[in-house]
Each structure stands twice: as C-alpha cells, then as structure tokens.
Ligand binder design. Structure first.
Ligand code: ACO
Length: 322
C-alpha cells in the first residue's frame, strides 16, 4: 500500500508586502532582509480573511488538480499554529465549507514542521485501511501573531496555504511505486523557549506574539534537518544522488542552502519560494510543491525529499515518489 499524491494546490492572499514597505515602519532594510534571509516579499491576509479561508482555497485547488469531488474525501488533516479559533478545529470549518459530512477532520500543531507531521499522520491513517482519501492542508496567518514593532521577527513570516490530496492505493511494492515511501518525525521540548508565542488560552488568555532567539534557531536548524534526512536515507537505501527535487520548509535561504550543501544535493534540485512567500510555517512546503508543480517541474515518478524544522523544536522528513 502507498499513499499517493493525486493533486496539489496553493493559495496566497492578494496583498504583497515588500521589504521596502517594512523598512518604512521598522528599523530594517531590503538589503539586510535579503542578505540574511533571501526574502524579498511576503503575502498578508486581508482584514477578516482567516486561516480557514486560505485553507479552503488551497483545498479546492488541490481537489481540482486531482480531479476529485470533495465528497470523495474521508479525512482532513490541517496543520496550523494560527487556527481561526481555539476550538473547534479549523479543519471542521474547511470540511463544512467543502460540503463534506463524513469521515474525520482535525487540526495538528507542530508549527513549521506541521505539514510534515500531517503528511506522516495521514499516511499512517490511510495505511490503517480505515480511511481512503485525505486532504492534507498547511494553512497559516502568521501576520496575526507577529509583533510588528519587533524587526527580528516581523520581517520573516508571511501568510498562505497549500494542500495535497492523498489516496490509499494498493501497489506491487517495487522501488518505482508512487507515493510516500517513508516519514521520520522528531521533537525535543528542551528547546521550547527558543521559538514560541508568548500567550495562549490556558496561560495568559491572550493570543500572544512570536518570540524567537534567531541565532539559536539557526544554530540548530541545519544539523537537525540533515539528521532526520539521514534517517530517511538509512531506512530506504536512497541517497542524495537519487533525489530529483529537494523541497524544504521555506524559513530562510541560508538554512536551505547550507542543508542542501551538507547533504550533497545540487542547487538546481532545490525548490525555493522563500524569496516570494517568506516563511509561511506549515503552509510553506505544500505551497512550494504547488509552485513547482505549476511550473511543470515535478514529473510523475520523480523522487521528492521534503523536510521541515520549527518551534518545539520539531523536525521531520518525508521521502515520496511523485
Ligand atoms: N533588520 C536590520 N537589522 C536587524 C534585523 C532586521 N530585520 N533583525 C535583527 N537585526 C540586527 C540585530 O539587532 C543585530 O544587531 P546588533 O549586532 O547591533 O545587536 C544584528 O542585526 C545581527 O542579529 P542576529 O540575530 O545575530 O542576525 P543573524 O545573522 O543571526 O540573522 C536571522 C537573524 C535572520 C533571524 C537568523 O538568525 C535566522 O534566520 N535564524 C533562523 C530563524 C528562523 O528562520 N526562524 C523561522 C522559524 S523556525 C523555522 O522555520 C526553521
């Protein structure tokens, strides 16, 4: 059995916020942001536009790409750290908007690693045989939890959503089979104070803002990312030379380049969208997938390596044949 990607879609809010515009409100510059992060611009949700709106648009695009009717979906997993409400889950809002009344829908919270954790979870649930077709969505409105006076964080993030349709398919079990081959997840809560939101329903009864020790996050990122990718290589016998496309979480150009270089993956195999999207947390990988697919770069049978690292820390990798 393999969980096969039938379609992918993305959605970005219309409003684009450039580095130059940010430099007019906080003490920063286009040059500093581009040099340290590779980010040129990010999209920002309109007033009243919430995470589920972004997720619904991305889900519809993925369903259209898969040529699947929404009623064919029996599992929705939404990775988000910026849900519409504390509860119910953003996933049930998306489920209702799509007119789906069967199966299960829930949110999953692993911050920037959320999409990798959601893919791994959906894959395991499809493998159980109890579900047949899943929508796996990463959707975020980080603009709502940024401290717009803090230049060390507000320049890094953007809003957006991406989604894939996954289907359980019986496969002969060869190396050429399409679908998710392996997924590796890790967490280490000792690092939780390095990247967190200083609020929440149980602690402060407020939403709070993103707080980060940027240099500390950077210091751990490349090692953690490459470690969990080595897990995937060890489990499967694949290596860097087999990868057709490396699709990392889009946090920072320097982290992406350093990870690819440490692994020995050629720059022309790396999909990068951080320049246009900023860090959209759980949405960044499915958005990058939808951009790469839209450009016709991903061919059926290509071997894709996805990875992410984020608050917690959480980190993980997924190896899949497109
Ligand atoms: N504009 C101008 N100057 C700034 C800005 C800014 N936006 N932000 C910080 N600075 C200043 C600092 O105040 C500091 O000034 P000082 O030397 O006078 O004290 C100087 O720039 C250097 O600051 P550092 O924090 O050391 O800069 P660094 O080179 O580490 O870059 C950055 C900061 C970009 C945040 C980097 O540490 C980083 O990318 N870390 C990873 C964080 C990340 O990607 N987080 C995303 C979430 S986690 C994830 O998705 C993996």
């Amino acid at each position: 059995m393999r969980s096969v990607v039938l379609g992918v879609g993305g959605y970005l809010p219309e409003r684009v916020l450039t580095n130059a515009e940010l430099a007019a409100t906080v003490d920063t510059s286009d040059e500093w942001i581009q040099q340290r992060t590779g980010i040129r611009q990010r999209h920002i949700a309109a007033k009243g536009e919430v995470t589920s709106d972004l997720g619904i648009a991305a889900a519809k695009a993925a369903l259209a790409d898969a040529k699947i009717d929404a009623h064919g979906i029996d599992l929705i997993v939404v990775a988000t750290a910026t849900p519409d409400n504390t509860f119910p889950a953003t996933a049930v809002t998306i489920q209702a908007a799509l007119g789906i009344t069967r199966g299960a829908a829930f949110d999953l919270q692993a911050v920037c690693s959320g999409f990798i954790f959601a893919l791994a979870t959906a894959d395991a649930m499809l493998a159980s045989g109890r579900f047949h077709r899943a929508l796996v969505i990463g959707a975020e409105t980080f603009s709502r939890i940024l401290d717009w006076t803090d230049r060390t964080t507000c320049v890094l993030f953007g809003d957006g959503a991406g989604a894939v349709v996954l289907e359980r398919q019986e496969q002969p079990g060869t190396r050429e089979d399409r679908g998710i081959i392996t997924a590796h997840l890790r967490s280490d809560g000792r690092h939780k104070s390095k990247l967190y939101v200083d609020g929440g329903p149980s602690s402060t009864q407020t939403v709070g803002h993103v707080r980060m020790e940027g240099r500390e996050v950077f210091r751990h990122a490349v090692g953690m990312i490459t470690d969990v990718i080595e897990d995937a290589f060890l489990a499967t016998g694949y290596g860097p030379g087999d990868i057709d496309w490396f699709i990392p979480h889009q946090a920072n150009r320097r982290i992406i380049d350093a990870s690819a270089q440490k692994l020995g993956i050629a720059p022309n195999k790396v999909i990068t969208t951080v320049d246009r999207h900023g860090n959209t947390s759980a949405a960044s990988i499915p958005l990058a997938l939808s951009v790469a697919a839209g450009e016709g770069r991903l061919k059926p049978g290509d071997l894709l390596l996805l990875e992410a690292m984020g608050g917690g820390f959480t980190w993980g990798s997924v190896l899949l044949r497109w």
